[in-house]
Design a protein around this ligand. Structure first.
Ligand code: GLV
Ligand code: MN
Ligand code: MN
Length: 414
């Protein structure tokens, strides 16, 4: 029998706004980097809302937070939902937060109509989905899914040289990192609600995206060591300008990504640090951080290979030293088609249009997929804009997502 969740969209809209106001930057800019004071305040805010809803809270050694709505049969593995609340510098209000506060509202909307799940429903707030601080995305879910070992996590440092161990303990998270990885029965199934971060749903006037695949992300750090000197005194022949070398690599990556001919191949150089960074000094050192993605892992790897080749070629021609450090090269994720079918049924029950699609951003669900069947539910966002302060999802779009998430959770939890 279909359940009819009762949403309080005004309350959810107010909570999203309150969470967005917890930021290291002036509103409407959201910056909430993991283990900063803003991140910790945001966690307290969300935990308070979860406690108000009667959910039992647990926090693991890396700060992944679990808020559990008990089911009638406690021995059954729970249905998981959730996302992240950290935000990159200069971000908006909806990336990740819609999955966390929307997940909470989905639970409350079922509680309001007296629904009693057979399986527990557990809301998860993952630590550091964004790679801002440690250079690697999905830190909490990656550790949960056995993809990042504790020893490798302990080697992570932020740009100031602070280690993960020191930062997590200052933030109040303790316990053996070994305990973060969970067993395969930890969740029966997992569903993440998220904004699309692309333009398709809005353009096509479709309420919901049912994600079947999540793209394969890779990140390569490139260090270029050239030779500095006076910008006036040192003549052009024989220069070893590290930034000029970097420019060649940036363009080589763009060419490699475009030349696959596939719309799903994307590549970006989002970080370029230049030393010493003075207008009258030849750059002696450059650090690039690159991001390459595709839904086809082999095709993504060919672009990565082309970038490596370009590094060798540029180093030889320009006499600079180039070293690389592969941060991650994750495989694409296939979502569970049985959950997708349940989302489809739920969308029909809610009178919402939907289509199957791929996720081009990365998500905690990719790593939860290592321990449980997963699927994702996308809602439109205006202009496809994300990772910008003008990121926007209307209350109507959010309502559609939360309603269908609630119905899906009700079906899965029984
Ligand atoms: C996560 O926000 C990503 O970079 O896809
Ligand atoms: Mn993001
Ligand atoms: Mn996100």
């Amino acid at each position: 029998m279909a359940v009819h969740p009762q949403l309080d969209i005004d309350r959810l809209t107010a909570e999203l706004a309150a969470l967005a106001a917890i930021s290291e930057a002036e509103p409407p800019v959201v910056t909430r980097v993991v283990f900063t004071e803003a991140d910790l305040r945001a966690r307290e805010y969300v935990k308070g809302l979860c406690a108000d809803a009667g959910l039992a809270l647990q926090v693991d050694a890396i700060g992944n937070t679990f808020a559990r709505w008990d089911g009638a049969e406690p021995e059954l593995a729970p249905i998981g939902t959730g996302s992240h609340i950290d935000a990159i510098p200069n971000a908006g209000s909806y990336d990740g937060t819609v999955g966390v506060l929307g997940g909470l509202e989905a639970i409350r909307s079922l509680q309001r109509v007296g629904f009693r799940p057979r399986r527990a429903v557990e809301l998860v707030i993952f630590t550091a989905e964004e790679p801002t601080r440690f250079g690697i995305g999905c830190l909490g879910s990656r550790m949960m899914g056995h993809v990042l070992a504790p020893a490798a996590a302990l080697a992570l440092r932020d740009k100031q040289g602070n280690g993960l161990e020191e930062l997590r303990s200052q933030a109040g998270f303790a316990g053996a990192l070994e305990s973060v990885a969970v067993h395969a029965e930890r969740f029966h199934q997992f569903v993440e609600l998220h904004i699309e971060q692309g333009p398709l749903l809005e353009q096509e006037g479709i309420d919901l995206g049912l994600v079947t695949h999540i793209a394969a992300p890779a990140s390569l750090r490139i260090n270029i060591e050239g030779e500095g000197g006076h910008a006036g005194g040192k003549l052009m022949p024989g220069r070893k300008d590290a930034l000029a070398a970097a420019a060649e690599l940036i363009l080589a990556l763009e060419v490699a990504a475009k030349s696959t001919g596939a719309i799903d191949t994307v590549a970006t150089v989002g970080v370029c640090e230049v030393f010493p960074g003075a207008v009258n000094s030849i750059p002696s050192r450059v650090r690039l951080e690159t991001d390459i993605r595709d839904i086809d892992g082999a095709r993504r790897d060919r672009v990565l290979g082309a970038l490596h080749e370009a590094c060798g070629d540029v180093a030889a021609r320009r006499g600079v030293i180039i070293t690389t450090d592969l941060v991650n090269a994750d495989p694409p994720t296939a979502c569970d088609l049985a959950i997708v079918a349940v989302m489809e049924t739920s969308a029909a029950e809610a009178g919402r249009s939907c289509k199957r699609m791929v996720a081009r951003a990365y998500h905690d669900s990719s790593f939860v997929a290592c321990i449980a069947p997963v699927a994702m539910l996308f809602i439109p966002c205006r202009g496809g804009v994300s990772h910008r302060p003008d990121e926007y999802a209307s209350p109507e779009w959010i309502s559609g997502g939360v309603d269908v998430l609630a119905r899906t959770l009700a079906h899965l939890a029984g």
